[in-house]
Design a protein around this ligand. Structure first.
Ligand code: C6P
Length: 409
């Protein structure tokens, strides 16, 4: 059992946005799975880049360019170290998890034998479904899905059967489901995939902000991370890829920065990571992302996980007390988000009324339509918590929810 060693009151002072109001009420921000809020340290770091050393990277010999290059490469090292990558050149800066997955789908799958299988799970976000569909069509591959049960737990027996039903090139699964909160047993799933000769991409959009991730301990071949969900800016993310795989893969996009030589007849590629970073990168984003990871490290991911578990348990118990609530996603290993509906109320109506009380939640299909189809519902209300949320905020949310349900009944 981890003892929580941070003061949430102290931490909340780092987040300027937590002092704003919505509809005249103090903001309660429970939409952290969509995007996290940003601490002042990250905001200042981005502002300093633009105020003091804005410049392009890896190009100029001048002072500003070197400062910008050093800051960006230091961010890459921070991220590599944070997830225990063997080398910082195994970290490719991308726009976010969506781009990371597309990169692997279109580059890695172009070199696997035609007819191979891609396996995804029934818990995936559209970003971990659609790129594989597109790549399957383009490269002549087949796509299969690991089913789940009504608790939102994947069926690993069927997974084992699928793995051996066809030669499997790649398995893509999220570490944590954004729609149900399930924490998937990715280490075990990776071992099973490797035994069948497949590589594994883990979608870490929802895990990296909430738990300590070690890509080598997991055995992940690719791991996709989002900056904006991890207290960093939007428009930046990282793809971790094993060096040997990234070296074997063709570029995803062509342009400046990713080349070694160019002639009209033939071009050759730069070394990792630049082979996959065509064009001017999101320099401010990368620097801000590195600072965000340092900020999370300062609090401690084990601290964050333990505190958010308390919030999850408290909110779950409070919601269950209302009796008219159905919670979707009851996996034994669950992250700090709750997807639910109230009897006879449309999720959009609940979300709109909660907003009137200053409470931000997400409503709808959460970019996971097949999960909503599975439960035969149009969508859910999703409250997702972060380490800067409090039990007092959960109390306010429950009070507002009671009023909303009463109004809609
Ligand atoms: N989910 C949500 O409200 P980007 O934004 O490209 O870095 O990440 C996309 C993505 C991929 N996988 C999972 C599991 C995700 O949760 C998300 C983003 C947000 O749930 C916005 S749709």
């Amino acid at each position: 059992m981890n003892t929580i060693t941070f003061s949430v009151d102290h931490i909340r002072k780092d987040f300027p946005i937590l002092s704003v109001t919505a509809h005249g009420k103090p903001l309660v921000y429970f939409d952290n799975a969509a995007t996290s809020q940003k601490p002042i340290q990250v905001i200042n770091c981005i502002s300093e880049y633009y105020s003091l050393y804005n410049s392009n990277v890896h190009r100029g010999v001048h002072t500003l360019s070197q400062l910008a290059t050093d800051a960006m490469e230091s961010a890459r090292q921070t991220i590599a170290h944070h997830i225990n990558a063997a080398h910082s050149h195994e970290i490719i800066f991308v726009r976010g998890v969506t781009e990371a997955i597309n990169l692997v789908a279109f580059s890695y799958l172009s070199i696997v034998p035609k007819g191979s299988q891609i396996i995804i799970s029934a818990l995936e976000h559209h970003s971990n479904i659609v790129p594989w569909q597109l790549a399957a069509e383009r490269y002549g591959l087949i796509l299969n899905v690991i089913p789940m049960d009504t608790a939102g737990v994947l069926d690993l027996d069927v997974y084992e059967i699928l793995l051996h039903a066809h030669p499997t090139a790649l398995v893509a699964v999220n570490h944590i489901s954004n729609a149900l909160g399930t924490v998937n047993p990715v280490k075990k799933m990776i071992q099973m995939a490797h035994a069948a000769g497949a590589v594994v991409l883990v979608d870490g959009a929802q895990s990296v902000p909430h738990m300590q991730v070690d890509v080598r301990a997991l055995g992940a071949d690719f791991y996709a991370i989002s900056g904006h969900k991890s207290c960093g800016p939007t428009g930046i993310g990282a793809l971790y890829g094993r060096e040997d795989l990234l070296n074997a893969m063709p570029p995803f996009m062509g342009g400046g920065e990713m080349i070694r030589t160019v002639s009209y007849q033939h071009s050759t590629w730069a070394d990792l990571p630049f082979k996959f970073e065509a064009g001017t990168p999101n320099i401010a984003g990368a620097i801000g992302f590195g600072e965000a990871i340092r900020y999370l490290q300062g609090i401690g991911l084990d601290n964050i996980a333990a505190y958010e578990k308390e919030l999850l348990e408290y909110a779950t118990a409070s919601l269950m007390d209302l009796e008219v609530i159905t919670i979707y996603g009851q996996a034994p290993e669950k992250a700090s988000l709750i997807s639910f509906n109230a009897d006879g109320c449309h999720p959009y109506d609940i979300g709109t009324l909660l907003d009137q009380y200053g409470i931000a939640v997400r409503t709808g299909h959460h970019c996971a339509q097949p999960i909503m189809d599975f439960f035969q519902i149009p969508g859910t209300v999703r409250a997702s918590f972060a380490f800067y949320n409090t039990k007092e905020e959960i109390d306010r949310f429950i009070q507002a929810l009671k009023k909303a349900i009463k109004m809609l009944k």
